[in-house]
Design a protein around this ligand. Structure first.
Ligand SMILES: *Cc1c(COP(=O)(O)O)cnc(C)c1O
Length: 425
């Protein structure tokens, strides 16, 4: 379901400075052209199969189903995609498009770092130069992802303006793009931002929903509800996309309920009454901002859902009622991580666990001959620095202390060696 000239009802649009209009128009034209090019499609399909590892499995979860006592539970294992989450679908699609457009250089923004990692990997795979903008605060908090980006050969630029987080990284990436529109493509990480990004990102993520549709038809699965977590909205809109024009199944988006309903305690843009309609970073949608447009504080245990904005198409579909929104708290997400790990041997990312938690709540309302499909947008290996301090804080503290000690001792040995070499010389 494409936008109407960049708009989804009254949301969306292309509210950018004049210098960015041309690269956005050029991108829109190139996307239209190459998405009909058989050579582009064939190359994308081959990379999806051999590099990303598509199609990803649709797993029946019998022990979870039995325990919850209602609908049959199925899990789309998107977290088995190379690099561990759905973000690679968009990164590969856009980097390949940029290559066909003759661009030599890729830039991206990243908050938690997952989109940066996916883009860095896609650039390494396709041989393009990669620079990732990341707020200084996030660079410090998300070192494992910074290390991964650098392993893939990307340059990580620490952004020191404003609050030194995602919002500032986006501004910096847009500034770079405006200065280098001919050589450079900006890979935006979710189904938001100025047109044509919401359409492009949805299109590359729709492979998730298309596979689910085919997998369910092939196995005669009668789907009553599909559930996905919603940060900016890319995994959910891709997962829901082939079903938007139909009345069923129910499509349920799950926002981060954080630690409570008050302002600053969560990241709910559709639920609650804290969000406002506004135009920020090039598009019109619902944002957690005050009346002057300044960001309100947000909170979630999952970095990927902790964001003030939501994709314009989701905002429109939430208002029209086609997509229902619910929330799951930090605590419920952690419980869902444990539940699916121990019942099914599947480790959900904390973001995806919000969808798992919502499924656990509604399974009983749905008859046993019908199914719920949960999108596990990512796997939870990346969350060990967050889940371990929650589940086993003392052991984790001792681990970190011993690691620090080991590194310091290594440094001492290294220094002693250097000293020894100088003495011998
Ligand atoms: C980034 C991320 C999300 C949230 O982003 P969307 O654009 O809403 O999909 C969800 N799950 C995982 C695993 C992520 O890395």
């Amino acid at each position: 379901m494409n936008s109407n000239h960049g708009f989804f009802d009254r949301f969306g649009g292309k509210y950018v400075a004049e210098v960015l209009k041309r690269p956005l128009d050029e991108l829109e034209e190139a996307f239209r052209h190459f998405s009909r090019d058989p050579k582009f499609s064939a190359e994308l399909q081959e990379i999806r199969r051999d590099y990303i590892g598509r199609e990803t499995p649709l797993l029946f979860a019998p022990r979870a189903t039995e325990h919850l006592g209602g609908a049959q539970i199925y899990i789309k294992l998107e977290g088995l995609a190379n690099t561990g989450a759905h973000k690679i679908n968009n990164a590969i699609g856009q980097v390949l498009l940029a290559k066909y457009m003759g661009k030599k250089r890729i830039i991206a923004e990243t908050g938690a770092g997952q989109h940066g990692v996916a883009t860095a990997a896609a650039c390494a795979k396709l041989g393009l130069d990669c620079t990732v903008y990341m707020g200084e605060v996030d660079v410090r908090r998300q070192q494992p992802n910074v290390a991964a980006m650098e392993l893939y050969g990307a340059k990580v630029r620490s952004v020191t303006s404003g609050s030194r987080t995602l919002k500032d990284a986006v501004n910096e990436a847009m500034r770079d793009w405006a200065s280098n529109p001919d050589s450079t493509h900006y890979v935006l990480g979710s189904a938001l931002g100025p047109a044509p990004f919401p359409d492009i990102v949805r299109s590359f993520q729709s492979i998730i929903g298309e596979e689910v549709k085919a997998q369910c038809e092939e196995r005669n699965i009668d789907v009553a509800a599909m559930i996905a977590c919603v940060g900016g909205g890319s995994n959910s809109i891709g997962f829901f996309s082939p079903f938007l024009q139909q009345k069923s199944p129910r499509l349920i988006g799950v926002e981060a309920g954080g630690i409570g309903p008050k302002i600053g305690e969560n990241a709910c843009r559709m639920l609650g009454n804290a969000s406002r309609e506004s135009i920020i970073q090039g598009y019109k949608s619902r944002f957690l901002v005050d009346e002057d447009g300044n960001s309100l504080p947000t909170r979630s245990i999952s970095a990927g859902l902790d964001y003030i904005g939501i994709g314009p198409q989701l905002a429109a579909l939430g208002e029209s009622g086609r997509i229902e929104f619910v929330s799951a708290t930090d605590k419920e997400a952690l419980e869902a991580v444990l539940f699916f790990a121990q019942k099914e041997g599947v480790l959900f990312a904390l973001e995806s666990a919000h969808a798992g938690a919502a499924a656990m709540k509604i399974a009983k309302e749905i008859p046993q001959d019908k199914a719920i499909v949960i999108n596990m947008s990512g796997r939870g290996d990346k969350d060990v620095f967050i889940t371990s301090p929650e589940f086993r804080p003392e052991e984790w503290k001792r681990f970190l202390q011993s690691e620090l000690q080991r590194l310091n001792e290594q440094k001492d040995i290294h220094n002693a060696k250097l000293l020894g070499e100088t003495a011998n010389a």
